[in-house]
Design a protein around this ligand. Structure first.
Ligand SMILES: Cc1ncc(COP(=O)(O)O)c(C=O)c1O
Length: 430
């Protein structure tokens, strides 16, 4: 089916992270027939337990969560679309602003990247300025990719190196300027270069690790001094460490925060929340879409928030992430395989080391697949992962780490692969 897709769909998929080449070219199951809990069934009826990126980080509760699905089914039965508005969006705005006492208002869209585009539009409308300082990955829209117009590698080190700005108008060059995480001076350089024209500072408050002491406070001070709008992208970090943004734990509030992914447990919903003085500027611009008014998205989000009220989902995600990190550490010390482990606990990363790291990573995925696991260099925890699942994953990891270590010692890792090495980052499919 993926061969057909590559003929009919440019790039084969709608999302870079779902391209099979990113995991195991020619060997990754690629398509699913059903998904429930952490179990994914492919089109040939093979089942796998998902210890990879859990619906690209969207399904924190697990696949086809019964409470969320029942709420959505009820919304469908009551009519998911109408000429009138869905009341769920008002209730959701109330819930999210209650969870974030610094925020007064909310707008909703359906995807993460478009929500970031809305946040940046609001910031530019409110400040009547143009330049955006940016750190990290924030989607595919022109405002963001234009950073790569200035210098081909401007976004390198911002999660996805090599993103090509083809199709982004040259005239946007210089409007979005990258700064480095934990490096306030790199932000100060942008401030000195753009004078009074800094509209927004856009960043994830934390992604791979917690910020250095004083970094977020330093960024907040610069936003206060310059009048730029501080936008925290919580699309991936949000609703994993606590019920809301990770910034609530880190103790620094933005002017706007953006949520998606976990908020809908896989149903499309994204939220832009912020201080009213800034959010009101949405009325000075034109920000409006039919698809943002349907009922399923906000209904799913309310059901997710209800699940967080019933049990401490973030505590479970953190514990599961810590256990999986420990599995990797233990398997590495048993087998002597050289790996490092990083990432926030619920968004854990396994890094194979050495010159043939990418080959090792590919072999890991191939062998784990043979043992019934979707697995790669990242593990995104879901509340549906059980202790038993983790124990079985640990057994498989020990076996596979041993196999990779022994292949590495004889220089035969590539020979063990049944197909090509996985792609890393952005690569055009020819
Ligand atoms: C931090 C961050 N911002 C923005 C996005 C884009 O969101 P979406 O893929 O829903 O457009 C992502 C997606 O991975 C993300 O991790």
């Amino acid at each position: 089916m993926y061969e057909v897709a590559r003929r009919l769909i440019p790039g084969g998929s709608q999302l870079l992270s779902k391209r099979p080449e990113m995991f195991l070219p020619g060997g990754w199951p690629s398509y699913y027939a059903s998904a429930k809990g952490i179990t994914v069934t492919d089109l040939d009826g093979n089942t796998y337990r998902d210890f990879s990126i859990g619906g690209v980080g969207a399904t924190v509760l697990g696949y086809a969560d019964p409470n969320v699905d029942n709420a959505v089914k009820a919304a469908i039965d009551q009519g998911s679309m109408s000429t009138l508005n869905a009341p769920e969006e008002v209730i959701l705005a109330e819930r999210l602003t209650n969870l974030h006492p610094w925020a007064d208002m909310a707008r909703f869209s359906r995807a993460g990247g478009e929500a970031m585009a809305i946040a940046v539009r609001i910031a530019r409308a409110q400040t009547r300025r143009s330049i955006v300082a940016v750190c990290g990955y924030h989607g595919w829209h022109d405002w963001y990719l234009s950073a790569n117009l200035a210098k081909d590698d401007a976004l390198d080190g911002h999660l996805l190196p090599g993103l090509d700005p083809a199709g982004v108008p040259r005239s946007l060059e210089g409007l979005t300027r990258p700064f480095r995480y934990n490096d306030v001076d790199s932000l100060k350089d942008i401030v000195s270069a753009c004078g009074e024209d800094l509209a927004a500072i856009v960043m994830e408050p934390a992604r791979d690790s917690d910020p250095d002491i004083g970094f977020l406070e330093g960024v907040r001070d610069i936003a206060n001094q310059t009048g730029a709008v501080l936008i925290f992208d919580e699309i991936t970090a949000g609703f994993r460490i606590n019920t809301g943004g990770i910034h609530l734990t880190l103790g620094v509030n933005p002017d706007i925060a953006v949520y998606a992914k976990a908020l809908g447990n896989g149903y499309p919903i994204s939220a832009i929340i912020g201080r009213s003085a800034i959010m009101q500027a949405a009325q000075n611009s034109f920000i409006s879409s039919t698809a943002w008014t349907e009922r399923i998205g906000p209904t799913a989000a309310l059901a997710v928030l209800a699940a967080y009220e019933k049990k401490d989902v973030p505590a479970q995600l953190i514990k599961t992430g810590q256990s999986v990190k420990q599995v990797w550490h233990d398997a590495a010390s048993h087998t002597g395989l050289d790996v490092t482990v990083s990432g926030l606990d619920p968004l854990a990363h396994l890094n194979f080391m050495g010159d043939d790291a990418q080959t090792q990573r590919t072999l890991f995925t191939q062998e784990m697949l043979d043992r019934g696991f979707l697995a790669g260099p990242a593990f995104y925890a879901m509340a549906a992962h059980t202790q038993e699942d983790i124990a079985d994953y640990a057994d498989a990891c020990r076996e596979v780490f041993a196999l990779i270590a022994s292949a590495a010692s004889t220089g035969s890792i590539e020979g063990r692969l049944r197909g090509p090495i996985a792609h890393s980052g952005f690569k055009r499919l020819t």
